[in-house]
Design a protein around this ligand. Structure first.
Ligand SMILES: [Zn+2]
Length: 292
């Protein structure tokens, strides 16, 4: 079985040790118009290459999945260049962010077939004219909050079934994973082709069991984010899943970014949780080395 990387297809077994949810760079829509920001692409590439070489040579990490949503500053040529210079495989994804912080109005106006066509095209032919193909589909789990989101979930299902690539999801602060699994199953996607992401914010082992019993992989993929959850709680929950025999379904990653563009912003995560906010700052250090 092969996977598409930013530099071309390789055998899955050649990936080696892989971080399944990290980012090179993110920029919220609109950040590019901020006159006080300066994006130094060369400096970002130099920093990213250094960090990935460190990951590869000191920690044996040979591959890196960057499920950056299309509208969150996804830059596949940046990924390709950093991959070539660092020797670390990078897999990029197709798929939009959620209705609260993303989903450009242009794409909200498209119908299901048009969205699915975009996803399939990015996987089978390439992203724009870059020649880089997406190796997976990113799906944001807050889709149940807004009718617009359901189209994007359905498009992800069509794209998965048409191409066979896996789906990597975000969920809402450790919630909505099982509901998301049901929607994906209803769309005809096999659970074991999915990674239900961001489950580690939830402290409840029973919740984690629902996710693994649902058959998908489970993402403990925001390790180090203390404002979402303490790492010792994450560690206890990983241990419980291991003891329960679910080792093969656990995916550990950090959701860190080497760089981001933008001054600090405060966003509501979901319409119904007004008190939950996330702060996105200029750097999300420590990058990539929190788990080792
Ligand atoms: Zn992420």
């Amino acid at each position: 079985m092969r996977v598409q990387t930013a530099t071309g297809p390789i055998l899955v077994r050649s990936l080696g040790r892989t971080l399944m949810h990290e980012h090179l760079f993110i920029a919220f829509p609109g950040a590019w118009f901020d006159p006080f920001l300066k994006f130094d692409r060369a400096a970002l590439i130099e920093e990213a290459v250094g960090r990935l070489v460190e990951l590869r040579t000191e920690h044996g990490v040979c591959a890196f999945v960057d499920p950056c949503p299309i509208e969150l500053g996804r830059d596949v040529l940046l990924m390709k260049e950093v991959s070539e210079k660092s020797g670390v495989h990078i897999v990029c994804t197709t798929g939009f962010y959620h209705e609260g912080l993303g989903l450009p109005s242009y794409w909200r106006a498209r119908n299901l077939d048009e969205i699915a066509e975009l996803y399939v095209r990015e996987i089978t032919q390439g992203i724009g004219d870059t020649g880089v193909r997406a190796g997976a589909i990113n799906l944001d789990g807050r889709t149940h909050c807004h009718p617009a989101g359901e189209e994007f979930l359905a498009a992800a299902c069509i794209g998965q079934k048409a191409t066979g690539v896996p789906i990597i999801t975000h969920t809402t602060q450790g919630c909505a994973g099982p509901e998301q699994q049901l929607l994906l199953a209803a769309g005809g996607v096999a659970a074991d082709r999915c990674l239900t992401g961001h489950c580690c914010a939830n402290p409840d082992h029973a919740y984690h069991r629902r996710v693994v019993d649902g058959g998908s992989h489970i993402g403990f993929d925001q390790i180090g984010y203390a404002h979402f959850q303490q790492d010792d709680v994450r560690a206890e929950n990983v241990a419980k899943l291991m003891r329960g025999g679910f080792r093969a379904q656990i995916i550990m990653s950090m959701d860190h970014a080497c760089g981001s563009l933008g001054r600090p912003t405060t966003h509501q995560l979901t319409p119904e949780s007004e008190d939950r906010t996330v702060k996105v700052t200029g750097s999300l250090a420590p990058a990539y080395l929190h788990v080792h």
